[in-house]
Design a protein around this ligand. Structure first.
Ligand SMILES: Nc1ncnc2c1ncn2[C@@H]1O[C@H](COP(=O)(O)OP(=O)(O)O)[C@@H](O)[C@H]1O
Ligand SMILES: [Mg+2]
Length: 354
């Protein structure tokens, strides 16, 4: 790809001075585009291996960010191509341009509990700001992404096929899923029955997708909206805490460090509820801790399925890598499951004071 040539396809009126790689994202390829004025841009080559319908993806982003802007919320702003399209495409790939959100910093991990609170509040605010948006009108960018029931069926299929003769190496892990199988459809069925809201969700609720103001330190915007889709708030909440709990131990063989971090749990829940208290219904509130359990089990299923299938999806560096990852998530899921009553009590307390 010729970057400058690609940039010239978009509606930029200022003179472009140059470009440089930006951020540490793992999915897309991101460049900061500097111009002669103070208005700078972000060019992204969209990963079309992960996202096979860029048209749908860009429509979701355009519609949700437009809605957010109309509510006065700072968000990504799509800059169209000269022929008025949401992205540019040639043989080398698909590209989009955003306005650069300046004077911000982006962190790869949380440093302290204040940051946990701020990130939770930022995702809560995103959910709240989009709660009146008709989620069912959005495209499902990755079908069945958080359909735990479907993910479990995939695991059962992998076990049945036993393509790499690895079932014998993970009997204990398979046993865990068999024992818990009645839980896997709770959220999916709840959405179907109308007890859990079909909501606009982010699906990658990590700190490196939140921009903080360089001066005030306050959160400014939630970015990386590629996976904005219809789903449940519970999965975003659960996934955020799941990744905070496993942190750097996601790939570790040492399971002793994996489990609920109570101060992080309480702080995140407080921050999230400070925005979402009036939006979540009673059923959703009662399932918050359960959602962390469920999403950990779901990810464990995906790792274990891939292990059994012979490591075809996730990148691995040794033959048991996916099994090790599955064990981490199973350990976390088990720890949360055992402590659900205690965690629900903490949620109640956070609810009362929020
Ligand atoms: N509009 C923007 N303004 C400022 N920084 C941005 C903007 N878009 C992306 N970035 C920076 O680029 C990084 C990668 O972008 P992101 O959309 O999260 O890509 P990926 O999907 O690869 O994670 C972000 O973490 C952030 O630091
Ligand atoms: Mg990102």
């Amino acid at each position: 790809m010729e970057v400058l040539e690609t940039i010239s396809k978009f509606q930029i009126n200022d003179r472009v001075m140059g470009y440089a790689p930006l951020g540490a994202g793992h999915i897309n390829t991101t460049f900061l585009v500097k111009t002669k004025s103070t208005k700078w841009y972000v060019l992204q080559k969209i990963n079309d291996v992960v996202f096979n319908n860029v048209n749908h993806l860009m429509k979701n982003i355009y519609r949700t960010t437009d809605f957010l802007k109309s509510k006065g919320y700072e968000t990504l702003e799509v800059v169209k191509t000269k022929d008025n399209k949401l992205f540019y495409q040639d043989e080398s790939g698909s590209y989009r341009l955003y306005l650069y959100i300046d004077n911000v910093v982006c962190y790869e991990g949380v440093n302290d509990l204040d940051m946990v609170y701020d990130v939770a509040k930022a995702f809560g605010l995103l959910h709240k700001s989009l709660c009146e948006f008709d989620a069912s009108s959005l495209y499902e960018i990755i079908p069945n992404f958080h359909n735990t029931k479907y993910r479990y069926e995939q695991l059962l299929q992998a076990i049945k096929e036993n393509k790499s003769n690895r079932v014998k190496d993970c009997l204990e892990e398979i046993e865990f899923f068999k024992k818990h199988e009645d839980n896997f459809s709770t959220i999916v069925d709840g959405i179907e029955r109308g007890e859990i809201r079909l909501a606009v969700t982010h699906n990658d609720p990590k700190i490196n997708n939140v921009l903080f103001d360089r001066e005030s330190g306050n959160t400014r915007a939630v970015i990386d909206l590629d996976t904005v889709m219809p789903g449940s708030y519970l999965y975003d909440y659960g996934d955020a805490l799941r990744s905070l709990f496993t942190g750097e131990y996601e790939d570790s063989k040492d399971l002793s460090k994996v489990g609920v971090d109570y101060p992080v749990f309480e702080t995140y829940t407080k921050g999230y509820l400070s925005e979402m208290k009036g939006v979540l219904n009673e059923k959703e509130i009662s399932l918050l801790p359960f959602a962390i359990y469920l999403i950990s089990a779901e990810l464990a299923m995906r790792f274990l399925s891939d292990f059994i299938n012979g490591d075809v999806y996730f990148k691995t560096t040794y033959s048991e890598h996916n099994l090790v990852r599955a064990r981490t998530q199973i350990k976390l899921a088990s720890d949360i499951y055992e402590h659900l009553p205690q965690l629900n009590k903490i949620v109640e307390k956070c609810y009362k004071i929020s």
